[in-house]
Design a protein around this ligand. Structure first.
Ligand code: LLP
Length: 431
């Protein structure tokens, strides 16, 4: 069910380390990442392009999990980096990320974000709207610097897990619409600004996608536009960024494709288009977030109170919840988990895992089969590496959990647990 081994004590291991030992050493709740899985996920994407002989850039979408240590690993793996805010960019700069490998996104970039990007010579800015163009026109002139951009377009395709839908009306806050002429208008505006170099197009059709059809339809839509730009302006894109969204396995209901298959599907579709248009193959860029870190991370919790309502349900409460993983409450996301210190014991009952926040919706897992559970057991929830820590909150003034990286039998604290003083550090007295 999960990729992690169990040791002779019957305890779950990750990266060669006993999870029960990790919980004792660092406390709970605790995010633990097996760095070797992060590296493998990254390499699978990079190698897939290399094997096809296609020039590419794989950018890690740092919104999925951004921290200095994570960005150091992404840098070691030669990934580019997708940031969408000044905070994510600041983290990248603090991690000494090579700035030419950073790409800035966002549907509402501030002057200070764009200034920071320009001053630090970041590799690419994804232009999302007309205000971006006007601000870049002004700021590049003020700084005497050029910028390389991609133009984000909304192809009217949305991918929903196992199916894609043509939304037609392109109702999205992101990017320029293709069908109503806004993309062409933006294209023509960008061409007027000498300091803005339009390297190509960007689109992102959704998240947790399990097939390649949606990407293929989006590519088709992009090329309908490119054809017009080629005919009218002799413009040929050097880059096509097809976004992220490659699915991962949370539960047995999820059947993601191997990374290689997503890449092959996209490359094949682009190759067909460039052949019929008789233009050179562009570089293909992608921006995976979840599929780099999601299945590399688990969360360890300590079990506390257990409430049995005879004939109805048993609530097993843990010392974290929606503050460290908002996804079940926000998206009804499903997870698998085991009792880490009883990993070989047969399951004998079904319980529901509750968080400790003062909110009935703070449930992590409904109906989980478990062996006999008791207070102080350690619960390990799988596939929590993406959008857990990065969407954490301080609800009920719970401190953010610590993050530990393990690799080849070595564990290292990479984000320390917040203290109550940390939570209060910006509070000022009124009296
Ligand atoms: N590129 C763009 C432009 C994006 O908007 C996103 C995600 C990505 C790349 C990375 O997508 P990924 O490969 O991680 O699916 N909080 C939600 C996911 C929001 C995704 C937003 N954009 C969740 O927890 O499921």
């Amino acid at each position: 069910r999960h990729p992690f081994p169990v040791n002779s004590l019957g305890h779950l291991e990750i990266g060669g380390i006993d999870t029960v030992t990790l919980a004792e050493k660092y406390g709970t709740p605790l995010y633990v990442y097996d760095v070797s899985i992060i590296r493998k996920n990254a390499r699978d994407f990079v190698q897939a392009f290399d094997q096809l002989g296609v020039k590419s850039k794989v950018a890690y979408a740092s919104k999925a999990f951004s921290s200095i240590a994570m960005l150091q690993v992404a840098k070691q793996e030669n990934l580019c980096l997708d940031v969408i805010s000044e905070g994510e960019l600041f983290t990248a700069l603090k991690a000494d990320y090579p700035t030419e490998r950073i790409h800035l996104h966002g549907n509402n970039k501030s002057v200070s974000e764009l200034t920071m990007a320009i001053e630090n010579n970041i590799g690419c800015i994804v232009v999302d709207n007309f205000r971006d163009i006007e601000l870049l026109d002004r700021l590049t002139a003020e700084h005497g610097k050029d910028v390389h951009v991609l133009m984000r377009v909304t192809p009217g395709v949305e991918s929903h897990t196992h199916e894609y839908i043509m939304t037609g009306n392109e109702d999205s806050k992101f990017g320029f619409n293709l069908q109503n002429g806004q993309a062409k208008e933006a294209f023509e505006r960008i061409l007027q600004v000498d300091r803005i170099h339009l390297d190509g197009l960007h689109c992102h059709i959704g998240s947790q996608i399990f097939e390649t059809d949606g990407f293929k339809v989006a590519i088709d839509m992009l090329f309908q536009e490119i054809k017009k730009w080629k005919e009218q302006y002799n413009y040929v894109p050097e880059v096509l960024n097809l976004g992220g969204g490659f699915g991962i396995r949370y539960t047995k209901e999820d059947e993601p494709l191997p990374h290689r298959v997503y890449v092959e599907g996209m490359v094949e579709a682009v190759q067909q288009q460039v052949e019929s248009l008789e233009i050179p193959m562009p570089e293909i860029w992608i921006e995976p977030g979840r599929s780099i870190v999601g299945n590399a991370g688990i969360t360890l919790y300590s079990i506390g109170s257990i409430k049995n309502i005879p004939g109805i349900r048993t609530y097993v409460s843990v010392d974290g919840g929606m503050t460290d993983n908002i996804r079940p409450a926000l998206y009804q996301a499903k997870y698998e988990a085991i009792i880490a210190n009883k990993a070989t014991e047969p399951t004998i009952e079904t319980v529901s895992i509750a968080g400790k926040c003062c909110e009935s919706g703070d449930m992590l897992i409904w109906d989980l089969p478990v062996p006999s559970v008791e207070a102080n057991d350690i619960l390990a929830v799988f596939s929590t590496g993406a959008y857990g820590y990065s969407m954490a909150s301080h609800y009920n003034r719970l401190p953010n959990a610590a993050v530990v990286f393990v690799e080849d039998g070595v564990d290292k604290l990479v984000v320390r647990r917040e203290t109550y003083e940390d939570i209060l550090k910006n509070d000022l007295s009124y009296l």
